[in-house]
Design a binder for this molecule. Sequence first.
Ligand code: ASP
Length: 473
Amino acid sequence: MKKIWNLETKNLIQQRVELYGFVDNIRDHGKILFLDLRDRSGVVQCVIDQSNNFFSLAKNLKPASVVKIIGYVQPRPAHLENPDLETGKVEVMIEKLELLALAKDLPFEVTSDGYEINEALRLKYRYLDLRRPRLQKNLRRRHEFLLFLRNFLDAQGFIEIETPILTKSTPEGARDFLVPSRLYPGKFYALPQSPQQYKQLLMVAGLERYFQIARCFRDEDPRADRQPEFTQIDIEMSYVERDDLLNLVEKMFIEVIQNLYPQKKITKIPFPRIGYEEAIRLYGSDKPDLREDPQNPNELAFCFIIDFPMFEWNENENRWETMHHPFTQPKLPDGSKDKNELIKVLETSPEILLSEQYDLVLNGYEIGGGSLRITDSDILIKVFEVLGYNKQEIEAKFKHLIEAFSYGVPPHGGIAPGVDRILMILENETNIREVIAFPKTGENRDLMMDAPSEISEKELRELGIEIKRSNLK
Ligand code: ASP
C-alpha cells in the first residue's frame, strides 16, 4: 500500500492508497458522505457510504480533525469533476477511516485567504492561521527563495558561517535588545543589530567570501514593513570594488526572479545606479519607485542608490550620525580616498564627505544596504570622533576591531538585503507579517507565546536585577 500525498491521487487511479490529513469539510448527503481531506500538498475528495463500518465515525467527525484514510482512487463521473481542484477528476472511496485526533471548533476559518479576520486573533492562534493555503504557500516560497540564494552564493564561492546571537552592541543606528548575564551580574549581552563586525572580522580571518541567512534584532518602533527581529542575506567579500558587489547582487536577484517568479518582469536590466543627490532631486526620495505602471503587480523596478553623504545631522540630539554605519568608507566629493585629506576633512567639515554606501531599492522600498568598509584604523577612529565618541569609549567599544585591523586586513565590503521585505513584495503582500511564520504584532508582542512576559523573583535575584515597579506603565 502506498502512503502518499493527496495530490498524488490524481495519477493513481484504481490504486489503493493511504492518506493522512485534516478534514477540511464534510458534506452529509444522508446515505453517502463526502469529506475533503487536506494535507500540505492539497485537497482530495473522499467518499464513504452507509454500508461501510466506519460510516457512523465519519458522520460524527468534525472539521479540522486529523484522520488516516485507506481507500481506492476512482475517477469521478465526468459531470461531477471539479475543475477548481487539482485532484478534481478523482475521488477516494474510503475503506478504512481512523480518527487520529479530534478537533474542537476553530476560532476562525482556515481555508480562506484570511485577510478578513482580525489580525490579533490570527496571531494568537498562529499555528491554526498557518494551516491557511496562502500562508503555507508563502512559507514554502520563502524556503525556495532562501534555498536558491544559498545555492547561488555557494556556486559563487561563498560559504555560510554562523555568528553569535549573544554579543556586544554594534552600532547600526537602532536601540539594542539586551540580555542580562547571570554569571557576570550587572553586565549585559546585546543581541546583534546585524553581524556587521563579525563578518568584517571573518575577512580579517581570510575567509574572503562569507554569507549568512542572519537574524537581526533592533529595538525600534514598529511599522508595517518592520519587525523587531528580521532576516537578512548578509554578505561580505574581500578584494572587491563597489561594482563587483553590485554586479553580484544584481545577478543574484535576476536569477532568483527568473527561476522562481518567471511571471514577474524586471523593469530595467542592468538595475539603474543613481547618485543620492540625483535621486533626491529627481524623485524627492532616496528610495524611488521606478515602476512604469505601479498598478501592475508583476513589475519589479530595482535600482541602486550610490554616493550617499557620509554623515547626517541629528537635529534632536544635536550631533552627527552616519547615514549607513560607522564602518563605511568615506570619500571626498571628487571620489578621492586620500588618507591625509580625509582625516583633515573629518576634523574640519565632515558634512561635505560622501561615502561608499549603496542601497538596493525595489518598488519604492529600501530592501538592502551595504558599503565598502574602512580598513584604516586612523580613519575609523576619526569617524567615531565625529560621531561624538571620546578616546576611552572608542577603546572600550571597538578595540577588538582596531586591533584586528593591525594584523593585516584585506580591503572588503558587503551588503545585506532584507528577506522579509523582498518576499512581501514578490508575494504581493502588503505586510511583512504575512511572510514570517511567527511574527510579532504591530506592538512588538508575541500573542501566541505571550511575550514579552514577566519573569520570576528567583530569576531576577539570580540576575541581580530589581524591577522598579514605579517605572512600569
Ligand atoms: N550591516 C548592514 C545593515 O544591516 C549591512 C552592511 O553594511 O553590509 O544594514
